[in-house]
Design a protein around this ligand. Structure first.
Ligand code: M6R
Length: 604
């Protein structure tokens, strides 16, 4: 999604903006631009494509001590230079992340006063609106415009005749800020600011941020000063670099043992899982008659795996919902149906909207979130932080396995609250969960075998994943990874479902991965796999170590370390991630920044 950076201070701004944009590249974008306030006015440089192209274009551009930068992920209007940010109207120059839903109405209104945009964007309408309200009072113009705008936005604004200030305001879209002795900075996320400080804050919604070289002030609509809640980034920029790996995705896959240890270990006390952070909702979890898990994409797949686990262990109905559906289908949620939101970024627009709806309906909300201080973390009743560290690659990997661990721990915590498992069983599960990092490490040690299979299948145009029980959720995740970064068609099914239609797509050379890590159903999955082979498909069972697979019944075989069952999700995830990764590398694709995708989807 769009990335924003802004600076005002004693240093030269151009490099700060360009470096910041480089660090925001992972969010996904298709054009970029900067605006620098110079003694002769605002100078704007914009390009289509990568930040490297912008850097080249900006070499001759003037420098200054205040400026804003932006990476754009197209929503309104194509990928063109006129649509790239920053946008200027009169004395106002701004960058924007989000979607202005009533932009057509505002455009009509502005047209009536003879103002017409040059681009197709909703952002330029915001610039025009602020300019139309500007009579020398920047705060009044921005707050006035914010009152008229419907939708989500983070705006950072320069006024040509107010060179000593930078303004920002947000609603629904992410923005962070910090100041140091060199000046004040704002950005879409803290990754862009780590060279300038660790102590930052998220400006509250609809509060005006005024940055000067001396520091930052926040005021609400009534003009009252607002004190921000300070946060500290407990990782530095090296954690967000490739550390010798060719891609962030590979680095993040290999970081999973540590990420899991960081997430699980502090929650094991006296031999069992204890989640202190859910205290505000423990009564609701104890008395719940149903649970919702709401999320998008990979995070939703973690929810699907958790449903199987929770229903099994707690005998409690669990409904897993895609956030974009939950928010519009009038779900039957209330105080008796806690809602568990799962999100790496904590900023996914649909998940944020689902959260607000759940709260409106009186449902207690627990969030499983990776990014500290994100919108979902701040607005939920309780937060279980995952400790994956920064996830930069668009394809989510380590965030997924820590989400699985967090949801497993939530299940055990609820089992204790509800008396669903006795102390001995709780201990056994906690001990088992502590072995997850080791299991995933063993799977990573098998990278070369996975690479060989990727080499064999990467030219295919269609691939299928089948499994039963927990393996269905894992099949969906494996399939999503492949689609995302390999640009090939893939589908995932409950193994028994294939013959109800989809098997007609199987023809010679079409690979099917049969995931078989759940003891009670593994022979059935393998017999479904044989049905595929009988129709000429290429079959690749991915089966728990030691479990028998009939020789000659498959084309390639991959083994999952461990003894199967719940814990198999961890090593299996790593194998599926490596498979997609190596297929993408063999196909020569940009693994970390797949086309059309954004890391954090902050628009609807
Ligand atoms: O930040 P979130 O976990 O809320 O993001 C949800 C999805 O957008 C995300 O998981 C997406 O599906 C990943 N790119 C998949 O790898």
């Amino acid at each position: 999604m769009c990335g924003i950076i802004g600076y005002i201070g004693t240093k030269l701004v151009k490099d700060i903006l360009l470096d910041g944009l480089t660090r925001l590249e992972y969010r996904g974008y298709d054009s970029a631009g900067i605006a620098v306030l110079t003694p002769s006015g605002v100078e704007i440089t914009r390009t289509v494509g990568k930040v490297s192209a912008l850097k080249e274009a900006a070499t001759q551009a003037a420098d200054g001590h205040a400026g804003i930068g932006h990476t754009r992920w197209a929503t309104h209007g194509g990928v063109t230079v006129p649509n790239a940010h920053p946008h200027r109207c009169g004395r106002v120059t701004l960058v924007h992340n989000g979607i202005i839903e009533n932009f057509a109405l505002l455009r009509e209104r502005l047209a009536r006063s003879g103002r017409f945009p040059l681009s197709e964007t909703d952002t330029e309408i915001a610039a025009m609106l602020i300019d139309s309200l500007y009579d020398g009072d920047p705060a009044g113009a921005i707050l006035g415009a914010a009152r008229m705008i419907e939708g989500a936005f983070a705006l950072v604004v320069l006024f040509e005749d107010r060179p000593e200030r930078l303004y920002a305001i947000r609603r629904g879209s992410p923005l962070v800020a910090l100041s140091n002795e060199d000046g004040a900075y704002v950005a879409s996320d803290v990754t862009a600011l780590l060279d300038h400080g660790r102590d930052y804050f998220v400006p509250p919604e609809d509060v005006l941020l005024v940055a000067r070289r001396e520091g930052i002030q926040l005021t609400d609509q009534a003009g009252n000063a607002v004190r921000p809640q300070m946060l500290r980034a407990d990782w530095d920029y090296t954690a967000a670099q490739k550390a010798g790996y060719p891609h962030y995705m590979l680095k993040e896959i290999f970081e999973q043992p540590q990420a899991l240890t960081r997430t699980i270990l502090p929650r094991v006390r006296e031999g069992i899982i204890q989640l202190e952070e859910t205290a505000p909702v423990d009564d609701a979890l104890k008395g719940a008659r149903q649970l919702f898990i709401v999320a998008c994409g990979t995070a939703m797949h973690a929810g699907l795996a958790a449903k199987t686990l929770m229903e099994n262990m707690l005998r409690l109905p669990v409904e897993v919902d895609i956030a974009s559906e939950f928010r519009y289908r009038d779900p039957i949620a209330d105080a008796g149906t806690p809602v568990v939101l799962v999100s790496q970024s904590g900023e996914t627009a649909d998940t944020v909207a689902a959260l607000r709806l759940a709260r409106l309906k009186g449902a207690p909300v627990v969030a499983v979130v990776n990014v500290k201080g994100s919108t979902i973390a701040r607005e939920s009743d309780a937060v279980i932080y995952t400790h994956a560290g920064p996830e930069i690659a668009v394809a989510s990997t380590k965030a997924f396995t820590v989400q699985l661990a967090a949801l497993y721990m939530l299940t055990l915590h609820m089992a204790r609250l509800r008396g669903a498992l006795d102390q001995d069983r709780l201990r056994e599960h906690a001990q088992a969960l502590l072995t997850a990092p080791q299991l995933i490490q063993e799977a990573l040690d098998r990278e070369s075998q996975v690479r060989e299979v990727a080499d064999a299948v990467h030219r295919a145009t269609d691939m299928f994943y089948i499994g039963r029980g927990l393996d269905v959720a894992m099949a969906q995740e494996g399939s999503l990874k492949l689609k995302e970064i390999c640009y090939l068609h893939s589908e995932a099914y409950g193994a028994g479902e294939l013959k109800h239609g989809t098997i007609s797509l199987i023809e010679p050379g079409v690979p099917t991965f049969a995931l078989a890590t759940q003891r009670e159903v593994y022979p059935k999955t393998l017999s479904n796999m044989r049905e595929v082979r009988a129709r000429g498909g290429t079959v690749i069972p991915i089966v728990t170590d030691g479990w028998e697979v009939e020789p000659g019944s498959y084309d390639y075989l991959l083994r999952v370390p461990g003894e199967g069952g719940v814990l198999a999700v961890f090593p299996l995830a790593a194998i599926l991630q490596l498979l997609a990764y190596h297929c993408a590398v063999y196909r020569g694709l940009p693994v970390d920044q797949p086309r059309n995708l954004a890391k954090s989807v902050t628009v609807e």
